[in-house]
Design a protein around this ligand. Structure first.
Ligand code: ZN
Length: 180
C-alpha cells in the first residue's frame, strides 16, 4: 500500500549512511523540554538541538500534566542511575516548558467549542480544558508553578518557562530557571 512514510524512510536511508550512535547518558544540553506537538514548533529546529542534546516531551499545548510530571520524575531517576549516583551541580538538569502563540488548543478555551470537541471525539471535556493554551504567557507561568510545587519534582532540578512566537520564530523567557 502507498504510504506517507515512503519519502521519510528514503530520507532515513540517507541519514543512516553517515550516522554515528550516541551512547545512553545525560542529555548533552542537560535540558528536558516540555512543549507542544504542533509541527510548526519543533524544538530541534527552533533551538538547534542535535541528537543526544535534550529529552523532549510533547503533548497538545505543551502542558505540564500529571503524566508529564511522572515522565520528568522517571527521567531524573534514570539520569541519576546512568550517571552513577547523586547528580552533582555540574550534572543538574533543567526542565524548560515552552508554550507558543497561535496554539491549536486555544480554541478549547471557548466552552462551546470544547463541548463540541468533546462530543465529537469522546475525549473528556475537563481534559480538553486542561490542555488549552489561549494565552501562552499565562499558561506557561502556571505550568512552571505546577511543576515547581509538585512533590514528584526531583531535587536538584530547576524549571524555566518560555514562549515561542510563531510569527517571528523567537523564544522569549517568561520565567527564569529556579529551584522549588
Ligand atoms: Zn500548540
Amino acid at each position: 500500500m502507498d504510504s506517507r512514510m515512503t519519502p521519510l524512510l528514503e530520507h532515513n536511508e540517507q541519514f543512516a549512511r553517515t550516522y554515528t550512535p550516541t551512547p545512553l547518558g545525560l542529555p548533552a544540553a542537560q535540558v528536558i523540554i516540555v512543549t507542544c506537538l504542533d509541527h510548526r514548533v519543533d524544538p530541534a529546529i527552533t533551538l538547534g538541538l542535535k541528537l543526544g542534546d535534550a529529552a523532549v516531551l510533547r503533548n497538545a499545548g505543551g502542558r505540564v500534566t500529571q503524566p508529564v510530571i511522572e515522565e520528568v520524575a522517571y527521567l531524573a531517576f534514570l539520569g541519576q542511575r546512568i550517571s552513577g549516583g547523586q547528580l552533582t551541580d555540574d550534572k543538574r538538569v533543567e526542565v524548560a516548558v515552552i508554550h507558543h502563540t497561535q496554539c491549536g488548543t486555544g480554541f478549547l478555551a471557548d466552552p462551546g467549542f470544547r463541548r463540541e470537541a468533546s462530543q465529537a471525539t469522546g475525549v473528556d471535556e475537563a481534559a480538553l480544558e486542561a490542555s488549552a493554551v489561549a494565552d501562552p504567557h499565562a499558561t506557561v507561568s502556571a505550568d512552571v508553578e505546577r511543576l515547581l510545587t509538585s512533590p514528584l519534582l526531583p531535587p536538584r532540578m530547576s524549571v524555566s518557562g518560555h514562549v515561542y512566537d510563531v510569527e517571528t520564530g523567537r523564544v522569549t523567557t517568561v520565567a527564569d530557571a529556579r529551584y522549588p
